[in-house]
Design a protein around this ligand. Structure first.
Ligand code: CP
Length: 293
């Protein structure tokens, strides 16, 4: 594995090894400072982010690497018309690995096609978000021990939600069962939907081990009225939790808007903030592995 642009870049053995290595990182979070000493990681974020960029930067620094990058493309020469390819050529001259988020689907693969250093896809438009999937699986495994056999309800925007696009194939590979609870008109893309059962939120709550809730991706809608019509399709709250399976957990890649009620936040089933925290050891495992350390 040279780049991580898609969950399909990973073999089953890679997936298992990342989860195992993330556990090692988490157990010794402060003891890994020599691993990437002298290396430089670039975070090139052409789209907003809180968790992904900052957890990658934390991960790099916990491993002893230096960090360069940008969070706002308006401050880079892409705002003067520089192509993505030329930007990547320049970053190749400065960094040993590039973590990139971009609004266009396929941008990470375009970057990887010409990059001389590893490229990690930190989200490419409505495409994929493979390191989010690694931390999602890591969280499920931590909370429920075994991944095989879990029923995972994917709730919300399954059309534009890139975290779901990486998660569905990964769940199948670990022998968990994805169940689609799509907001109206926001179904899974055809290539992912085959063989995935569809459900109502009530039915999924009663039968699934994980409710994986997602935000309706406002920024992907061409028509604001269409967004307004579906944005409140689902709200997961403490009342719904009363009707879930015993030991069911609620996850969300975040940010949330109003699809998870704040009345859930203090409850043991609410795992979304722990999930975000798990991003650090998981991304430490990704950086160390791709840099051969
Ligand atoms: N989950 C996630 O990708 O969050 P950010 O957009 O804040 O990076």
């Amino acid at each position: 594995m040279r780049h991580l642009t898609s969950i399909h870049d990973l073999t089953d053995a890679d997936l298992a090894r990342f989860l195992e290595r993330a556990g090692e990182m988490e157990r010794d979070l402060l003891g890994m400072r020599d691993l990437l000493d002298g290396r430089i990681v670039c975070t090139a974020f052409f789209e907003p982010s809180t968790r992904t960029r900052l957890s990658f930067e934390t991960a790099a620094q916990r491993l002893g690497a230096g960090v360069i990058g940008f969070a706002d493309p308006a401050t880079t020469s892409s705002s003067k018309g520089e192509t993505l390819e030329d930007t990547i050529r320049m970053l190749n001259a400065y960094a040993d690995l590039i973590v990139m988020r971009h609004p266009k689907e396929g941008a990470a693969k375009r970057a990887a096609a010409i990059s001389t250093v590893p490229v990690v896809n930190a989200g490419d438009g409505p495409g994929e978000h493979p390191t989010q999937t690694l931390l999602d699986l890591y969280t499920m495994q931590k909370e429920r021990e075994a991944l095989a056999g879990l029923r995972v309800a994917l709730v919300g925007d399954l059309k534009f939600g890139r975290t779901v696009h990486s998660l569905v194939p990964a769940l199948r590979r670990v022998r968990a069962t994805p169940v689609a609870v799509a907001a109206p008109g926001l179904d899974l893309p055809k290539e992912l939907a085959a063989g995935v059962a569809r459900s109502t939120l009530e039915e999924a709550a009663a039968t699934c081990d994980v409710l994986y809730v997602t935000r309706v991706q406002k920024e992907r809608f061409a028509d604001a009225a269409e967004y307004e019509a579906v944005k409140g399709a689902f709200v997961v709250d403490a009342a719904l939790l009363q009707r879930t399976k015993s030991r069911a957990i609620v996850m969300h890649p975040l940010p949330r808007v109003d699809e998870i009620s704040a009345d859930l936040d203090g409850l043991p089933a609410a795992k979304y903030f722990d999930q975000a925290r798990n991003g650090v050891p998981v991304r430490m495992a990704v950086l160390a592995t791709l840099l051969g350390a």
